[in-house]
Design a protein around this ligand. Structure first.
Ligand code: GLU
Length: 422
């Protein structure tokens, strides 16, 4: 299954509702530039290995390319291309002046030592150096990459160009020019969107059950913030499996995280320290978690989780996409037919890149904001994006995703057309 074909299918659907020139749309169907690198490094045992790295710079019509870097064994050019396209759409959805890009290395980072990962990341930064920078292309964390890796990239890039340039990557540690609130930003932005949706659907947090697939930075922070806001977290899972609160007891994601750290996985029982409750909680697989009865199903893992194979068994009233591309286009249509609301990734998880934009602005200004200031700036952006999309969906009588793509494609297309001929 080509993820990029999924992305193109979404683009084609949105195109019908815009009045952009056909040539503009042709331009949008292709990335502006795609880069592929061989990354040779020496392993700790002295062996030499070569890895494959990619960076796709999809659109710069609205600003420099922007997007994360992922380390995953299944990462390939097709996937990175789709993710780069979605970044462009996402930045346009929240109306920040950035384009879309994405990068990746085909690798299982769990199999490399910290020192090997550092050599690999710095090797990539050196190869990328001519093509990136605060005015060209800005990197960020994504699946299996973290603030420390962003610090390595900013440091290596700064060495190559001979000056300190923190704005080449966002999502850095605070000590290296990171922004307050960036770690929680994707979850925080998602919660602002969820609260707006709850108002429209007249849901009260206390009576709203949430299932979260994925317990990385995004899934964990979203679950934690939703729990703190009073929503009922009834199931959580990581890549190895999950737990379901069969009696409906609200679970504290912080306790689950403590357990995961102590025992290495979420599964079977719900433990605090060595005290485990195996009566009220049951183990679920990552497939089963998707099919649990719930109000909100949060997808915070990887792409292609809801497909034609399982869409008929989804019992949630709302599918909330905190991961990128977790629903295939065919499954998306089936969900729409079943009147299940899908809050699309390009809206639900756009809080991350919005605070990345704030980080870039702070790096350029050399003037830093508090977490409170960051969240005060993030909230109105997410609230406006949600309401614009909700209203557009009502006006066009289309699902939220189509409305989001129509708004975003129109913004990108108008930026292309406003600069004249290409
Ligand atoms: N990787 C995140 C995303 O997919 C964040 C990107 C960024 O901050 O540039 O939205």
């Amino acid at each position: 299954m080509s993820v990029f074909n999924n992305a193109l299918a979404q683009l084609k659907k949105a195109i019908q509702y815009t009045s952009l020139k056909p040539s503009t749309l042709e331009f949008l169907k292709r990335p502006e530039r795609q880069l592929q690198f061989s990354l040779p490094i020496t392993m700790d045992d002295g062996a030499e290995k070569v890895f494959d790295g990619f960076r796709v710079q999809y659109t710069s019509a609205r600003g420099p390319y922007k997007g994360g870097l992922r380390y995953h064994p299944q990462t390939n050019l097709d996937e990175v291309k789709a993710l780069a396209f979605w970044m462009g759409i996402k930045c346009a959805v929240v109306n920040i002046p950035l384009g879309g890009g994405k990068g990746g290395i085909t690798i299982d980072p769990k199999k490399l030592s910290q020192a090997e990962l550092e050599r690999l990341t710095r090797a990539l930064a050196r190869k990328l150096a001519p093509f990136i920078g605060p005015e060209q292309d800005i990197l960020a964390p994504d699946v299996n990459t973290n603030p420390m890796m962003m610090a390595w990239i900013a440091d290596e890039y700064s060495r190559v160009v001979g000056k300190k340039v923190p704005g080449v990557a966002t999502g850095k540690p605070l000590e290296q020019g990171g922004s307050a609130g960036r770690t929680e930003a994707t979850g925080q932005g998602g919660l602002y969107v969820l609260n707006e949706l709850a108002k429209k659907l007249k849901l009260t947090p206390k009576k709203t059950r949430i299932v979260v697939q994925g317990f990385g930075n995004v899934g964990y922070n979203f679950a934690k913030l939703a729990y703190q806001a009073g929503y009922q977290i009834i199931a959580l899972s990581d890549s190895k499996g999950g737990i379901y609160s069969k009696t409906g007891i609200n679970m504290d994601p912080d306790n689950v995280m403590k357990d995961k750290k102590a025992r290495g996985l979420i599964g079977g029982c719900y433990c605090i320290g060595s005290v485990c409750d195996c009566k009220n909680f049951t183990a679920v697989t990552n497939k089963q978690i998707l099919e649990l009865p719930t109000d909100i199903l949060v997808l915070a893992a990887l792409e292609n989780q809801i497909t034609t194979a399982n869409v008929g068994r989804i019992k949630a009233k709302v599918v909330f996409e905190m991961a990128n591309g977790p629903t295939t286009p065919e499954a998306d249509e089936k969900l729409a037919k079943r009147k299940i609301i899908v809050v699309p990734d390009v809206l639900a998880n756009a809080g991350g890149v919005t605070v990345s934009y704030f980080e870039l602005v702070q790096n350029i200004q050399q003037y830093y904001w508090t977490e409170k200031e960051v969240n005060e700036k993030l909230k109105p952006i997410m609230v406006k994006a949600f309401n614009d999309i909700w209203n557009k969906a009502g006006e066009l009588k289309v699902p939220l995703r189509v409305a989001a793509f129509v708004l975003a494609v129109d913004r990108i297309g108008k930026a292309i057309e406003a600069r004249g001929k290409f």
